[in-house]
Design a protein around this ligand. Structure first.
Ligand SMILES: NC(=O)c1ccc[n+]([C@@H]2O[C@H](COP(=O)([O-])OP(=O)(O)OC[C@H]3O[C@@H](n4cnc5c(N)ncnc54)[C@H](OP(=O)(O)O)[C@@H]3O)[C@@H](O)[C@H]2O)c1
Length: 308
């Protein structure tokens, strides 16, 4: 029998991290269709989060690598509070840039393959088409700058690593837009207002996690944009969430980003669409339509609410 592949996950308690844990353990995530080829009994998983491995602590990172000896590292841990990053610049860079440096350094030292999860926020959103992997980043927020700094740490210290940029992420675990819309809808009968001038592709961890695991286990070098298929605005997304839950989508009203009161501290790209060009040109499977993934997630959340 062949030896199991040792996989270290950071951010394992996050919304993506929990689904990575499922998929690596050989079962589809909640609302997912597949685990990942080679996952399950072929994997020895060590899932960590800030309570068990604070990636800002270089010595702690080195210690976990020495004890566990990962062959593959999936790095999803991050300071993801986009607005808080604007006022807590040091934490943003300590976690997203320096923490990533520590993982790159430790991975390179033992020849582990590193996969770093990055974001659409590395782009300024001014392009009139979806961003491909080879378009020039130009982040406008502290969060985006710190995540791009993480990409550069990976490239400098662990060349041959994988970078997966994704966007507008929702899943069964943790806080996200789907849960926010359902909560607001349940809390009152008034209109719900969402911006109609930011476009992107809602992406679901149940579909994202298997692709990330596949790229990591295959040790694919380079940058991949990985999102579900299709596009909408936050207004369109909120309407679709209500429709998927059997609620009235007409309750959602469109507003512009300039109408947000108070304005949000971090600027968001008006165009967050990511062309999954590297996946497509490599002949790797595309993710399903976002509306299909949304239906599956709302089904899971509704089932959980019904049995609670
Ligand atoms: N959510 C999105 O829309 C989105 C879009 C594009 C890209 N991404 C990227 O996708 C990845 C996963 O995002 P997510 O939505 O799953 O985020 P999440 O739910 O916030 O998960 C991130 C995890 O990292 C942990 N963490 C924070 N500081 C850490 C530290 N110093 N050491 C170790 N772990 C630490 C967080 O713990 P605490 O909760 O205790 O802070 C959290 O459990 C991130 O790299 C993010 O940048 C997310």
């Amino acid at each position: 029998m062949s030896a199991r592949v040792r996989v270290l996950v950071t951010g394992g308690n996050g919304q993506l991290g929990q689904d990575l844990g499922d998929v690596l353990s050989g079962r589809p995530a909640d609302g997912g269709r597949e685990a990942a080829p080679g996952a399950g009994s072929g994997i020895e998983l060590h899932s960590t989060d800030i309570d068990t491995l604070d990636i800002v602590d270089r010595t702690a990172v080195a210690g976990v690598f020495e004890a566990f000896g990962p062959q593959v590292v999936i790095h999803g841990g991050a300071f993801t509070a986009v607005d808080a990053c604007e006022s807590d610049v040091d934490t943003a860079f300590a976690v997203n840039a320096l923490g990533t440096r520590h993982l790159a350094e430790a991975s390179a030292r033992i020849g582990a393959h590193l996969l770093y999860v990055s974001t659409d926020y590395v782009f300024d959103g001014t392009l009139d088409r979806p961003y491909a992997e080879w378009d020039e980043p130009n982040p406008r927020s502290v969060y985006g700058r710190s995540k791009l700094a993480g990409e550069r740490e990976v490239a400098a210290t662990a060349p041959g690593s994988t970078v997966v940029r994704t966007a507008w992420v929702s899943g069964a675990h943790g806080a996200n837009m789907v849960k926010t819309v359902l909560r607001l809808a349940a809390a009152g009968t008034g209109p719900l207002r969402f911006v109609d001038d930011q476009r992107g592709t809602p992406t679901f961890t149940a579909d994202l996690a298997p692709t990330i695991v596949r790229l990591a286990l295959d040790r694919r070098p380079g940058t991949f944009h990985v999102t579900n298929h299709g596009e909408t605005t936050w207004f369109g997304f909120a309407r679709a969430v209500l429709a998927a839950a059997g609620l009235d989508p007409e309750r959602v009203e469109p507003i512009g980003t300039d109408d947000l009161d108070p304005p949000r501290p971090a600027p968001r790209p008006a165009n967050s669409r990511l062309d999954n060009a590297a996946l497509r040109l490599s002949g790797l499977p595309a993710l399903p339509e976002w509306t299909d993934a949304l239906d599956r997630l709302v089904g899971v959340l509704t089932d959980v609410a019904a049995t609670a």
